[in-house]
Design a protein around this ligand. Structure first.
Ligand code: PEP
Ligand code: MG
Length: 584
């Protein structure tokens, strides 16, 4: 039966595929794709595990202690042995391995969920309870497999040759359905075969959503109970434009979405022609379109759409998902240098680490403070760990010897934080000099993402060469809306008069003092906001590479002079959203 689940759109486009449910199972296992040449070995691994468990159960059957209830225990073990030899657990599990190239553990839990549902739906209470036996049998099998097991909950990429293979596994598009995904998990998926994803939780500017956007695949977050309603292997349509997930679509709906998908591809093709067109408004104002990146290798995507630099390198992704083992100076230096060299002389804005809130260092140890977004996050954490911060600063300063580097500091609010940061930058340079290591000049920038910063711009501009407005956090902190919480996502309002006032003042003050101001929050990549931001005087936009050409199209159609006058009216209005709807 077809049904729709509504969520929040984070990444546009249509994806159609079979659902892969991750971590929905009660049994936590590794999930990864195997290469075609590994299929036989994986089947052998499964067979060996099954034979070992059968042997174990038969031994138990013969060794039931005298004082134990022989009949009951014997019957139970018989049920388990029977389940182990059942086709549903044999042939069908093998099929997940041969056709989808799931690893054996993943194949087992996938099949377990399918059978468990069938048990759940049974009328007979005795039969229904056999579902628990099934789980126990599978747990035994998984424990057996784990002798040679791989890390927990890891979705790795299929090997390159697998991705290119013409066989069945590649013909079935897969979409990912999960309760939640940490930003670190998302980075794993960047290399994966999924063509779309949907999660139960998350807001439009949550970090999971941001990484999803950078993957440039259709995605919906905040879909509440999607991971309960969607079943393993269901056909699913993810409509990233409308924020809707359609489960088990009828042939008519499938055809309609197939058509929409092709239209989207045509539109992308049209946009790609703008790649080499300079970003200038109709009245000749040049607009800088920069890229946001999470990993050094993302520079390729930035150059592919002719970004004029990296406006935000979120370095925290180098620090996350490593069980607290932080990258050392050499590893960081190599990563920053790779990004700098990857941009071939174009500037790279490296932001110092911004962990905390919904970007925990270690997913398995989430922040348990009551208000993590107001806690030890970003620069606050860096200043509380000076040795870690100095390591990062030295690595950035060394990378600056290889190209143009801007050093950006997140979430500053206090003069004391600014001064401490500057002192540590000077100290990092002195340490490099003492070790006779080459380092380069950097321009220093502050992120304006706390209202206190936006209301004390003169203090900031005294110390910094440029400002970058982080609208995701600026909106979160101005409106007191947790950006990761889907239940208040409807209140996350980019057009709130208070937000526009802080934006307008920051842009205007930067212009007055001749210091560049950019926006690097998600608002910069939202084509519905491009004209307003130009009208407010913004001339530098930093966004995910996948959004650059669509924003450029808006720039090319814009008349900055007219937009300035219109933006003044929007600013003066008590209901800017209404004026926005009327548009110019
Ligand atoms: C922002 O807050 O707008 C921003 C760009 O930083 P992040 O999304 O990484 O917090
Ligand atoms: Mg931020």
């Amino acid at each position: 039966m077809t049904f729709a689940i509504h969520g929040i759109t984070v990444s546009r486009g249509i994806a159609i595929g079979r659902a892969v449910l991750v971590a929905s199972s009660r049994v936590d296992v590794a999930h990864y794709f195997i290469a075609p040449e590994q299929i036989r070995a994986e089947l052998r691994r499964l067979r060996q595990a099954r034979d070992a468990v059968i042997e174990e159960l038969e031994r138990l059957r013969h060794e039931i202690p005298e004082d134990a209830p022989h009949e009951e225990l014997g019957a139970l073990l018989d049920v388990h042995l029977m389940l182990l030899q059942d086709e549903m657990l044999g042939a069908e599990v093998m099929q997940w391995i041969t056709e989808r190239r799931y690893n054996a553990e993943w194949a087992l839990v996938t099949q377990m969920e399918i059978i468990a549902r069938q048990f759940d739906e049974m009328q007979d209470p005795y039969l229904r309870e056999r579902g628990a036996d099934l789980e126990q049998v599978i747990e035994r099998l998984i424990r057996q497999l784990k002798g040679a097991a791989v890390p927990l909950l890891e979705i790795a990429s299929p090997p390159r040759e697998a991705a290119a293979g013409p066989d069945e596994a590649q013909q079935v598009p897969l979409v990912l359905v999960a309760h939640d995904l940490s930003p670190a998990d998302m980075l794993q998926f960047k290399k994966s075969v999924f063509t779309g994803f949907v999660t139960d939780v998350g807001g439009k500017t949550s970090h999971t959503a941001i990484v999803a956007r950078s993957m440039d695949i259709p995605a919906v977050v905040g879909a509440r109970s999607a991971s309960h309603l969607v079943r393993q292997d269901d056909w699913v349509i993810i409509d990233g434009d409308a924020g809707v997930t359609i489960v088990d679509p009828s042939p008519i709906i499938l055809a309609e979405y197939g058509f929409k998908q092709r239209q989207g591809e045509l539109e992308r093709g049209r946009l790609s022609r703008l790649r080499n067109t300079p970003a200038r408004t109709l009245d000749g104002q040049p607009i800088e379109l920069l890229a946001n990146i999470e990993q050094p290798t993302d520079t390729a995507a930035a150059l592919a759409v002719s970004a004029v630099g990296v406006g935000l390198f979120r370095t925290e992704f180098l620090f996350m998902g490593r069980e607290g083992k932080l990258p050392d100076e050499e590893e960081q230096y190599a990563a920053y240098r790779q990004a700098v060299e990857g941009m071939h002389g174009l500037p790279v804005t490296i932001r110092t680490v911004d962990v905390g809130a919904d970007k925990p260092l270690d997913d398995r140890r989430p922040d348990t403070h009551l208000n993590p977004a107001l806690g030890l996050r970003a620069i606050r954490w860096s200043l509380s760990e000076p040795a870690m911060f100095l390591t990062q600063l030295r690595a950035i300063l060394r990378a600056a010897a290889h190209g143009k580097v801007n050093l950006l500091i997140p979430m500053l609010a206090h003069g004391s934080e600014i001064r401490q940061s500057l002192e540590l930058i000077a100290k990092a340079r002195a340490q490099l000099d003492a070790r006779a290591l080459v380092h380069g000049p950097v321009r220093l920038g502050a992120m304006i993402e706390v209202p206190a910063a936006a209301l004390s711009l003169r203090m900031f501009l005294r110390y910094f060469d440029f400002l970058s407005i982080g609208t995701n956090d600026l909106i979160q902190y101005t409106l007191a809306i947790d950006r990761a919480d889907e239940s208040v996502a409807h209140l996350f309002d980019q057009l709130h008069p208070a937000v526009l006032r802080l934006l307008a003042d920051t842009i205007a003050e930067g212009a007055r003092q001749g210091k560049p101001v950019s926006v690097c929050g998600e608002m910069a990549g939202d084509t519905g906001m491009t004209r307003l931001l130009i009208g407010l005087g913004l001339r530098a936009f930093s966004m995910h590479p996948s959004q650059i050409l669509a924003v450029k199209q808006e720039v090319l159609r814009a008349d900055a002079g007219k937009l300035t006058r219109w933006a003044e009216q929007v600013l003066a209005s008590d209901e800017p959203a209404e004026l926005m709807l009327a548009k110019l």
